[in-house]
Ligand binder design. Structure first.
Ligand code: CAO
Length: 425
């Protein structure tokens, strides 16, 4: 079956997490993604958090499926020349080096356009133009500067970072959208363009509701926040709201049967207005349907602690899965807190290709997250990540059309380092 991005060739100059998540998605949609790595070590994540000696780490293998890897020292004159040749024949170049690194390598946007005016150059940086534009940035820095940390956690506790990699993978997603949009525009204009995603901007985009609340706060207290019902005055800035839901429908995480020994025996429970009467029936409080203190969403806001304490008395009598099943019968929105172990054992996620087991020649079988974006005309097969430099010669020959002698010349210049087999010896 043909894929959406068949025929699109991506020069993948990315490393660590943010860039690789973007190019992995493009590969799943059918692009030929050629990952350029520094000879010898490659993407730094290959060796980070290693769980099996000498094998590429899960950090690397789970972010680099369906790509080809070539090694190239782009500071070596011959390596630079090969990179230029690749720029000529690629549709997209993606990079997430520190600010200025690509320019220092000699590949400014102007130079790249000279080499190939149709190419799309897509970059991740920590910040956009401004006081922090030169800073190197990792995930948690982006969470802290994009508004996520100040609004996550409990009011009386520290700011918190979240386990979801909204700075890295979140920015990768934004960048992928920018790239396919630019590719579409190129079909109309014939020109490439520069796509830039700052990690701070991506996190802020995902924290949009909190900026909404910042502005609402100027007009009065945030009545759906628990602290309103608790009589705690608001300050000048959006407070951390614990597990309060970010929408207009109050929600909390509540204990379920077994919570005393299972750290994930909890359920998220939303007291959605339209199903309020059903909630009252399920928890055994039928009088709350007509009592003015509880019958309307506005009436309930000052009583949320009392209401959730009562609901929790009900959820604690059931496991999170029993509660989910019972509540769903009445369309009461809820969600069990699933551990990573439970998720990894959920066969339905394998059936949809969201979880995939992949075979790897060095590390054996590993589990990864497949493409979360399902297209009905794209059959995505998740393939293992490449070994370092596995496709160097193949790419030089098939993409750049070099013959044996030319490949040998590149090799002897030191631009591609040792072949993976030699390196292992
Ligand atoms: N051949 C030769 N040199 C290469 C090369 C190659 N194939 N690939 C990279 N290099 C060089 C770069 O040119 C750079 O050299 P200079 O410093 O002399 O210009 C050098 O390697 C280091 O690159 P870097 O500064 O990008 O790497 P770092 O480990 O110091 O920083 C990071 C990493 C992620 C903080 C930085 O790249 C960054 O801020 N990127 C943008 C934001 C981002 O994507 N962050 C997400 C990281 S995922 O958690």
């Amino acid at each position: 079956m043909a894929k959406a991005l068949d025929g699109v060739r991506v020069l993948d100059f990315t490393h660590v997490q943010s860039g690789p998540t973007c190019t992995q998605l493009l590969a799943w949609f059918g692009a030929d993604v050629i990952k350029v790595e520094r000879p010898g070590e490659g993407d730094v994540t290959r060796a980070q958090l290693r769980d099996i000696p000498n094998a590429d780490s899960l950090y690397f293998t789970m972010l680099n499926s369906n790509k080809r890897s070539i090694t190239l020292d782009t500071k070596n004159p011959e390596g630079k020349r090969v990179l230029e040749e690749l720029v000529k024949v690629c549709d997209v170049m993606v990079e997430n080096f520190a600010p200025g690194a690509l320019d220092r390598m000699g590949f400014t946007w102007e130079r790249i356009q000279e080499i190939n005016p149709r190419i799309i150059l897509a970059s991740v940086k920590g910040f956009g133009p401004g006081p922090f534009e030169d800073c190197k940035v990792y995930e948690n820095v982006a969470q802290c500067t994009g508004g996520s940390a100040s609004t996550t956690g409990f009011r009386d506790g520290l700011p918190m970072v979240t386990g979801a990699q909204i700075g890295d993978s979140g920015t990768g997603l934004h960048l992928a959208l920018g790239i396919v949009t630019a590719l579409y525009q190129r079909t109309l204009t014939g020109r490439g363009q520069k796509v830039m995603c700052a990690m701070q901007d991506s996190v802020l985009n995902l924290c949009r509701v909190k900026l909404r609340d910042q502005q609402r706060l100027e007009r009065g207290p945030l009545r759906e926040y628990s602290q309103f019902g608790e009589g705690v005055p608001f300050g000048e800035t959006v407070p951390r709201a614990g597990n309060d839901s970010g929408g207009g429908q109050p929600g909390r995480i509540l204990k379920c049967k077994g919570w005393e020994h299972d750290p994930n025996a909890y359920i998220y429970f939303i007291t959605q207005g339209p199903v309020w009467e059903k909630i009252c029936d399920v928890i055994g409080e039928p009088t709350w349907k007509t009592n003015p203190d509880y019958a309307t969403p506005a009436g309930r806001l000052p009583h949320l602690n009392e209401i959730f304490t009562r609901i929790e008395a009900w959820t604690m009598a059931h496991t999170k899965f029993e509660a989910m099943e019972m509540l769903n019968k009445y369309d009461i929105p809820c969600g069990p807190i699933l551990s990573m172990k439970e998720i990894a054992e959920d066969r339905s996620l394998y059936a949809t290709g969201t979880l995939v087991e992949v075979d790897h020649p060095v590390r054996g079988t590993y589990l990864t997250v497949g493409n979360p974006v399902k297209l009905s005309d794209n059959d995505v097969k998740v393939e293992r990540s490449p070994l370092l430099g596995e496709h160097t010669e193949e790419v030089l020959a098939s993409v750049l059309g070099l013959n044996e002698a030319q490949i040998e010349a590149v090799r002897s210049s030191g631009a591609v380092g040792l072949a993976p087999r030699q390196a292992a010896e």
